[in-house]
Design a binder for this molecule. Structure first.
Ligand SMILES: [Zn+2]
Length: 208
C-alpha cells in the first residue's frame, strides 16, 4: 500500500492526473458517448477530447464528481486517496493540508462523500427506506446492525449532520468499511462512481 505522499508523487502535474484518469474513463480506449466513434483529437488548450466523427467534446472528468471543477485534479486525487486509505479526513485537516479555505475544503469533502454514496449504493442497504415487511429477518437484522454501526461512526466523527444528508454519511461509513484495505481500488471507485446511473435520493424515490 502506498503512503499518501508516495501516491501523490505519481502526479507531479495536472497532465499526469489526466493521463491517470483517461484509461479509467475509457478502459478500452476512447469512445464517443454520442456516436460510438473511437477516433478523437485532443484540444490541449482546454484539456478536452473531440470526437473525430460528430465533434462532440468531452473531458476525462465528465460524469465524475470532478466535472467542471476549478480545483487542481491532484487535489481531488489526494482527497480520494486520503479517504480511501481509511483515515479520518475533516474539512479543517483538508483545508490546512491543501492550503484551501475552509468552505472550499468542505465542498470538496461533500462531493467526495457523494461519490462514496454513489459508489456503494445498494438497495439492500438503502438505510433511509423502511424495512420491507416481507424481507427475511436475517436481512432486516443485518441492515439494522449496519445502520447502528454507521450511526456510531457518525457520532464518533461528526459533531452535526443534517437529516437531509445523513444517508451520505451512512454510505461514507459503508464505503470506508468496504474499501479501506485497498485505497487504489477506492480511488478507482470514487472516480467511476458517476459513470453508472446517477442515483440521487430524489431520483431514486421518483423511480419507485
Ligand atoms: Zn461522436
Amino acid at each position: 500500500m502506498l503512503s499518501i505522499r508516495e501516491f501523490m508523487e505519481l502526479f507531479p502535474d495536472e497532465q499526469a492526473c489526466r493521463n491517470f484518469l483517461f484509461p479509467i474513463r475509457w478502459p478500452r480506449g476512447f469512445i464517443c458517448t454520442k456516436c460510438g466513434e473511437s477516433k478523437y483529437s485532443v484540444i490541449s488548450t482546454r484539456n478536452l477530447y473531440e470526437c473525430a466523427n460528430c465533434k462532440t467534446q468531452t473531458s476525462s472528468t465528465s460524469g465524475t464528481v470532478m466535472h467542471r471543477t476549478k480545483l487542481p485534479l491532484s487535489y481531488w486525487l489526494f482527497t480520494f486517496y486520503w479517504v480511501g486509505s481509511g483515515q479520518y479526513c475533516s474539512a479543517r485537516m483538508l483545508a490546512n493540508t491543501l492550503d484551501l479555505n475552509y468552505r472550499t475544503a468542505l465542498k470538496l469533502l461533500h462531493s467526495v462523500r457523494y461519490a462514496m454514496f454513489k459508489a456503494e449504493f445498494n438497495g439492500m442497504f438503502a438505510f433511509w427506506q423502511p424495512d420491507n415487511p416481507e424481507a427475511p429477518s436475517i436481512l432486516k437484522k443485518a441492515k439494522l446492525r449496519q445502520l447502528q454501526k454507521a450511526d456510531s461512526f457518525i457520532r464518533g466523527n461528526y459533531r452535526r449532520v443534517s437529516d437531509r444528508l445523513r444517508y451520505r454519511y451512512h454510505y461514507e461509513y459503508r464505503f470506508r468499511s468496504i474499501n479501506s484495505h485497498n485505497p487504489s481500488t477506492a480511488v478507482q471507485k470514487l472516480i467511476t462512481s458517476g459513470f453508472t446511473t446517477i442515483y440521487t435520493i430524489n431520483e431514486y424515490r421518483n423511480m419507485k
